[in-house]
Ligand binder design. Sequence first.
Ligand SMILES: [Zn+2]
Ligand SMILES: [Zn+2]
Length: 155
Amino acid sequence: MKISNVTFKIDIPLDEDGFFSMQCPYCNNRFKINGQYFKTLDKDEVFCPICGLANKVSTFYTKETIDLSMSIAKNYAEEIIYNAFKGFNSKRRTKGIIKTKGFKKPSPIVESLYENDDTLIMAHKECCNVKLKVTVLDKWLTPYCIKCGGYEHER
Ligand SMILES: [Zn+2]
Ligand SMILES: [Zn+2]
């Protein structure tokens, strides 16, 4: 049995407005970005809407998102192993040759990403037509555009 080159897509769960959480690696502030818009972003340079510094998009993932991705990946691997050995185990058992201890079926993943959502409100950057969710204070201070880093006030 060989398991190699398994690629699979992890869908980060979105909130009811289609947004997901990100966290700035510099200022540690949290914000949200529209999931659809995110797909069109340049993944090498994303600007923090709060402090305006830029970095690769992968540095903006929240701990919860990374944890969830890890558990999805782990669960996926366990599922493959479980399914591979399930057939093996039952075949052996019906022949009554050997009794092996079956692999435990992996437990379902509990998604708990949205703990403090209520504090974030919608903001819009006209320059790149970006929809964000930031705190009331950050919106009042005018967020930077996540795509171009622009800082113009909204009309
Ligand atoms: Zn920041
Ligand atoms: Zn912009």
